[in-house]
Design a protein around this ligand. Structure first.
Ligand code: B12
Ligand code: SF4
Length: 514
């Protein structure tokens, strides 16, 4: 049977990284079946094109995965595929939380033939077998013989053959730059960000988060050997393609067990498996100097830190008191001293937020080393304690916000602000943080750093701006580049100078060596 795994586009940003679930399920599919992958963010297809593709390829089963924010799109696509006579199975966090909605058992329309609840590593091969026999069940639950929930141990972990995969659609270098880099950019023919998980689960249980409910509060880790082996294969791939591979450890809290993380980083260093990497780590775990040293030595470049708020009352409200705002600056300085930068994430609309939250947060950010702040509104995801609390308090304004998805629109009333006020604060925070003036200031702070650090920082600033202010057409891109022209020009001039100097050195050296 031919199987298509499909990830709907998120409607806001283009894709910059493959979705791990597709590659993982492909690796777990019994070898007699062929699995094709389409990520709508990288390869947008309209309904007609998708159905043509499914018919041409004679696809017998389509698997669709989606987060809550993409689920309306996922349902629509699933409806079209089912209308064409091909069965659809859905999985991922949203349908796990609301299987009745996907199966039309809540009074709404039915969107799929089957739902895979939770982690599907062990149920996926059974789903495929049942689909081959034309006997799909409605619900697949990962349970043991006694009917008790069973989470995959992650040891052994399937081999994802990244080295043989066609990943061109995830190249982060824009098309118009590629010919130039093929000619002059030794080692920069392509840039790919690859997701790797080293463990699953998080014990912290923050009120707004689905992870503890979905993956559980005890953590399961892959073995160090299997991670190091995956990194070494990726490193070989990068060398062969004369490109760059970066790794995103997508664990929700990569250093949740500091001892284990240190042992993994030591093994990576010992095996010379370092690649530039980024990960999500909470600020409280970054107090450990030795951990941060090992992170730097093993190739860490960026850390995503869920700071959420600079107000301890807000943090206590969402069960995140382990975040200590007084520690933010020392943690960021500790990272910056080692050439590691932070993506700092904030939520506006928390219960103790009042008008002016953007200014207060921006003032703090300004006193920190250069980094990339991101801002979002509080969002009640189904099945989270937050959702239940707001529902109980009658504060959900759009209880099924995912069915009428609107990017950056709130679905509940904040306590001490109005919805429009919260949204104004968000817009202000993004506008100021990614203004040409703030970018200039960040680049000034980085002036003593090597040029590749600064190029990376500027590129990320320009890309990150697009999370909130989509820059999908040429006009929008032109505007962003024009507004940041001074910084871009400075770096290009410096880079050109370095390139010319290296050419001069080469021509002086070559007669001697000849
Ligand atoms: C990586 C990641 C991202 C990446 C996504 C890009 C990418 N290409 O991966 C980035 C950083 C961009 C991102 C952004 C966001 N993310 Co995110 N992200 C994650 C993260 C950390 C890892 C995802 C992952 O690969 N997990 C590992 C794989 C193996 O697990 P999985 O995807 O769940 O797949 C398993 C099962 O679900 C199932 N499965 C999944 N799909 C399918 C499909 C079929 C057919 C079947 C059978 C089974 C199946 O099988 C898999 C194996 O067991 C998760 C948290 C987490 N630990 O999962 C959050 C998570 C998915 N993100 C979340 C959120 C909220 C967001 C944002 C909205 C945050 C924000 N406020 O901006 C944005 C939105 C992105 C967008 N533009 O649409 C939530 C989603 C909650 C929900 N109910 O939707 C999660 C769960 C985190 C959380 N704190 O709750 N995210
Ligand atoms: S620490 Fe992160 S992953 Fe864990 S519960 Fe909190 S927000 Fe979710």
């Amino acid at each position: 049977m031919k199987i298509l795994l499909y990830n709907p586009d998120n409607g806001v940003t283009r894709n910059f990284m493959p979705h791990l679930w597709m590659f993982l399920l492909k690796a777990l599919t019994p070898p007699e079946h062929e699995v094709l992958l389409i990520d709508g963010n990288a390869k947008p297809l309209n309904d007609e094109q998708l159905i043509d593709y499914i018919k041409q390829e004679n696809i017998g089963l389509v698997g669709i995965g989606a987060m809550t924010r993409m689920v309306a799109k996922a349902y629509r696509v699933a409806d079209v595929i089912r209308a064409a006579g091909v069965p659809v199975v859905m999985g991922g966090p949203h349908v796990t939380e609301l299987p009745d909605e996907a199966l039309g058992r809540d009074g709404g329309p039915r969107h799929c033939d089957a739902v895979a609840l939770g982690e599907a590593d062990e149920t996926w091969p059974l789903i495929v077998e049942d689909a081959v026999r034309g006997q799909l069940k409605e619900i697949y639950k990962p349970v043991d013989e006694a009917g008790k929930e069973r989470k995959p141990a992650l040891q052994p972990y399937p081999t994802i053959p990244w080295e043989d995969m066609e990943l061109e659609q995830f190249d982060m270098i824009p098309n118009f730059f590629r010919p130039l880099l093929e000619r002059y950019g030794a080692g920069w023919r392509s840039v790919q960000l690859i997701p790797i998980e080293s463990g699953r689960g998080c014990p912290y249980g923050c009120e707004f988060c689905t992870v503890t409910g979905f993956f559980g509060d005890s953590i399961r880790f892959r073995s160090n050997e299997s991670i190091v082996e995956e990194l070494l294969r990726l490193k070989r791939r990068a060398r062969k393609a004369r490109g760059q591979v970066m790794v995103f450890f997508i664990d929700d809290n990569f250093a949740i067990n500091i001892k284990r993380t240190k042992s993994l980083l030591r093994d990576m260093i010992a095996a010379n498996a370092q690649l530039p990497w980024l990960a999500q780590i909470s600020a409280n775990l970054l107090r450990d100097e030795e951990l941060v040293d090992l992170m730097a030595e093993s190739g860490c470049r960026w850390v995503f830190i869920g700071m959420e708020s600079i107000d301890p009352v807000n943090l206590a409200d969402v069960n995140k008191s382990f975040n200590k705002p007084v520690e933010y600056a020392p943690v960021l300085n500790r990272l910056a001293q080692r050439g590691i930068y932070a993506v700092t994430s904030f939520i506006f609309g928390l219960d103790n937020d009042t008008a002016g939250v953007a200014d207060r947060t921006l003032e703090q950010i300004e006193s920190w080393p250069a980094g990339l702040p991101v801002f979002g509104q509080l969002t009640p995801f189904p099945s989270t304690p937050l959702y239940e609390r707001l529902k109980k308090d009658g504060r959900l304004t759009r209880p099924k916000h995912w069915l009428e998805f609107a990017p950056y629109q709130m679905a509940n009333t904040p306590l001490k602000m109005t919805i429009p006020q919260t949204q104004e604060e968000l817009t202000k925070a993004w506008l100021v943080s990614y203004s040409p003036e703030r970018t200039e200031r960040a680049m000034e702070m980085l002036r003593d750093k090597p040029i590749h650090d600064r190029v990376m920082h500027l590129t990320m600033r320009i890309l990150f701006r697009g999370i909130y202010f989509p820059q999908l057409n040429k006009r929008a891109w032109f505007k962003v580049i024009f507004n940041n022209r001074r910084q871009i020009f400075r770096l290009v001039r410096e880079g050109f100078g370095i390139w010319r100097a290296s050419r001069r050195r080469a021509s002086v050296v070559s007669p001697v060596t000849n």
